[in-house]
Design a protein around this ligand. Structure first.
Ligand SMILES: C[S@@+](CC[C@H](N)C(=O)[O-])C[C@H]1O[C@@H](n2cnc3c(N)ncnc32)[C@H](O)[C@@H]1O
Length: 232
């Protein structure tokens, strides 16, 4: 059985991990920040328009908010040549899965994505460790319940665009270590990109040492920096 998350709810609305002393997403701007950092940071809208179907990889799944906003964006994206919508393949990992009620509560503020959230919640069954495939309309989610390094060693396919979304590197250093970033690099396709909300110096150095070219860009809202990168 996987270990449960240790949750408290800020204002009875926003989930926070007491294990990692951090929230799953930013309270004021969760959805817009995720779109800005992860979708735009990996140029997913442009890649879809050009007809590509990049495989997205994420560390860690948490509430599924990133998956849902990516799925929603893919549903409305169009290949400019053929006019067709892309199929989304999304690979993620979660060591401390939320139970179904907590998942539903965490996703309840986001009206925009509620039909897609309902599908995820209905298929949610994180009671055994290992890989599980969820097939939705125009999206396939490969979710590994367990340790990120075990997922990265057994990936179903190479990743073209990474969402590096561990908790704060100070409290969740394992998810940003050099060894893990090297495993991310090995699990990447030749032109893979990445994006993260954190621009912490040692995270950038680990990514650089693992073989990614990293650039800082303006963070979301009042935040100073975030990072993007590509495989060298
Ligand atoms: C900031 S939250 C992710 C938020 C998520 N992307 C979302 O859309 O809600 C970080 C996640 O990484 C998970 N995590 C932390 N350490 C991990 C590890 N070593 N292996 C796998 N998952 C881990 C945490 O349990 C948490 O759910």
């Amino acid at each position: 059985m996987p270990k449960p998350p240790e949750l408290v709810w800020l204002d009875n609305l926003t989930p926070k991990s007491t294990r990692f002393d951090d929230t799953y997403y930013t309270r004021e701007s969760g959805i817009e920040e995720s779109r800005y950092v992860f979708l735009d940071g990996n140029s997913l809208p442009e890649r879809w328009q050009a007809g590509a179907e990049p495989v997205v990889g994420e560390l860690g799944f948490g509430t599924g908010l990133n998956f849902l906003i990516t799925w929603q964006a893919a549903l409305s994206a169009r290949n400019v040549t053929s006019g067709t919508a892309p199929h989304l393949t999304f690979i993620s990992v979660e060591k401390y899965p939320l139970d179904r009620d907590s998942l539903a509560k965490a996703l309840s503020p986001w009206q925009d994505i509620s039909p897609l959230a309902s599908e995820l919640i209905a298929s949610w069954q994180p009671d055994t460790e290992g890989w599980r495939q969820h097939d939705f309309q125009s999206a396939t989610l490969h979710l590994f319940i367990g340790e990120a390094s075990d997922a990265l060693a057994t990936m179903p396919m190479a990743v073209d665009a990474w969402f590096l979304d561990g908790f704060n590197p100070k409290t969740n250093p394992d998810l940003w270590s050099l060894e893990l970033m090297q495993a991310v690099h090995r699990a990447s396709s030749p032109k893979a990109t990445l994006a993260s909300y954190t621009a912490a110096g040692w995270v950038r150095r680990n990514l650089d040492a693992a073989g990614f070219a990293i650039a800082k860009r303006k963070g979301f809202g009042h935040k100073r920096d975030m990072i993007t990168g590509h495989k060298r």
